[in-house]
Every structure is written in C-alpha cells, then in structure tokens.
Design a protein around this ligand. Structure first.
Ligand SMILES: Cc1cc2nc3c(=O)[nH]c(=O)nc-3n(C[C@H](O)[C@H](O)[C@H](O)COP(=O)(O)O)c2cc1C
Length: 264
C-alpha cells in the first residue's frame, strides 16, 4: 500500500548538513501546528519545546551534546522536554493543595511514573515534528545526546525541576548538492522487531540473519570499529562502552533525582 504520507515516511533520512536557508515563519508555523496535534496522555500536553535561537546557546549545545558541530549550524533547533512543571504551577494557581486538605487527599509531587509518561508525550511530539517537517520538504535530525550534561543544560535552558530534556531535533532545508544528501540506512527485518503475543528472544544463528543487511550495506569490507570482529562487538565498543554513554547515564540519574525530589 502506498500514499503520500507513507512515501514521506519511507523517504525520510536523518540530515546533518543543511542548506544555508532559514526556516520560514510559515514553515515553522506548519511544523508547530502539526506538533501540537500530537496524541498526548490525558490531553495534558506533558511536554515543552525550547526553541533555541541564540547562536551562542546552539554553539554550546554543539559541545555539550557530544561534540556534534552540525547543531551550531542548524537553522532551527528544538529541545523537547518532559514537562510536569506547567501542571504543578497550575495546580498551585488552582489551590489544589487546599482542595486536597479539605477532602483528605494526599498532595504529591511528580515521581518516576509521571516522568515516563511525560517523556512519552515529548517523544511523540518530537516525531510528529519530524514527519511534519519532512512533508513540507525540510529535513531533520534527532540529537539524543541532549540527555548528557543535565546540570549544564538546566543552567543553559533555565529548566525548573519538573522539566527534563528528552530529545533535541534540528531542522533545516536539505542541501541542494547531492553529496550532502543523507544515506538511506538499512533496518533489521520486521521479524526481529515484532513478535506476536509474547516477546520472542533470538538464537545466535538468527542474529547472523538479523545483522546481515546492516553489515552488507555499511561494512562492505568488514572493517568494524576499533578492530572489533562483528556487528555486536562494533556496537558495544562504539556505543555501550563509550564515554558519552557513561555521561548520559550519570546525567539521567541526576535528572531523575532532581525530578523526584526525594519522593522515591
Ligand atoms: C532518540 C534518537 C537519538 C539520536 N541521536 C542522534 C545524535 O545525537 N546525533 C546524530 O547524528 N544522530 C542521532 N540520531 C539519528 C540516528 O542516528 C538515525 O536515526 C539512525 O542512524 C537511522 O538513520 P535514519 O534516521 O537516516 O534512517 C538519533 C535518533 C534518535 C531516534
């Protein structure tokens, strides 16, 4: 089955080089309007977007997000945050504490479950923005490394306790020249990603079949990272054992501690 929406999804690829053209106010408005129509838990919109316009902030994020210079050059930079602060500020404005006292209800502040549902909202909104951008001819790239350096991002973006950066998306016009075009990345076969009714763990021989299309497309000469022997070792060495992963875990722990504020 094919239609225009499926074609947009099929053709999208992460883009890290942008044309030297601004995102127009109309394009920005179209992406924002689509984003705000994202499904959201309880229709509470438990997310907040920080649009980074300041060039010095972009440049700083290019460093703090694992040294990725394309962030500083991106025409539009949105940080998608999980946000319960807006609701808790609103609860205070609505005298919810008084209502709780009168009715004998315990007043609690956000904890882990609230963080996860707000994180879901933020990510759903981010993906809507990506597809909306693509549908009007713009390109984008996620930056997961916004999860690092929590304390510095709190300062840089002025984040209160119940606003946590979940992901960043950079947008721009794709470059005109073909050599700037992103490569279409292969994926695992659907049979490795979807199980019926219960999770299906895989055997060693099945993993060879899983890795094959990626190895064929990306590592034609089988030169894996750091002289590793196969795709599993390559990914572990490049991702799991990398300093940025350790920093991400430290940073996320600090963010969860602040979010939960001792209410764990
Ligand atoms: C949660 C998430 C975090 C990502 N973080 C980064 C990143 O920090 N830097 C980057 O260049 N690409 C990042 N990407 C893009 C992925 O590398 C990309 O989606 C993947 O390689 C597949 O390529 P494709 O999007 O072109 O199909 C991220 C994607 C997601 C979904």
């Amino acid at each position: 089955m094919r239609n225009e929406t499926l074609q947009v999804i099929e053709a999208r690829a992460s883009t890290r080089v942008f044309a030297d053209t601004a995102v127009s106010p109309e394009e920005r408005e179209a992406i924002l309007a689509a984003t705000l129509r994202s499904p959201t838990a309880g229709n509470m919109m438990l997310y907040h977007i920080i649009e980074v316009e300041s060039q010095s902030t972009k440049a700083r994020l290019a460093e703090t997000c694992d040294h990725q210079p394309f962030i500083a050059k991106a025409p539009m930079v949105w940080v998608f945050c999980a946000d319960y602060q807006r609701w808790y500020d609103y609860f205070e404005a609505c005298d919810v504490r008084t209502m709780c006292k009168e009715r004998g209800i315990e007043f609690t502040t956000p904890v882990e479950g609230d963080l996860f549902i707000a994180a879901c909202d933020a990510l759903v909104a981010a993906q809507t923005s990506v597809i909306a951008a693509e549908s009007i001819g713009l390109a984008s790239c996620y930056v997961g490394d916004i999860l690092e350096n929590y304390e510095e991002h709190v300062e840089l973006l002025g984040l209160p306790p119940w606003v946590m950066p979940m992901t960043m998306v950079v947008f721009g016009h794709p470059p005109a020249r073909r050599d700037g075009a992103p490569r279409r990345m292969p994926r695992f076969d659907a049979s490795f990603v979807l199980s019926k009714d219960r999770y299906h763990r895989r055997s060693r021989s099945e993993f060879d079949r899983m890795a094959d299309p990626i190895v064929k497309a990306l590592f034609k000469k089988r030169t894996f990272f750091d002289n590793t022997a196969n795709l599993g070792q390559h990914y572990y060495a490049r991702k799991m054992a990398a300093p940025f992963t350790k920093e991400m875990s430290r940073s996320v722990r600090a963010a969860i501690r602040r979010w939960c504020g001792g209410n764990t």
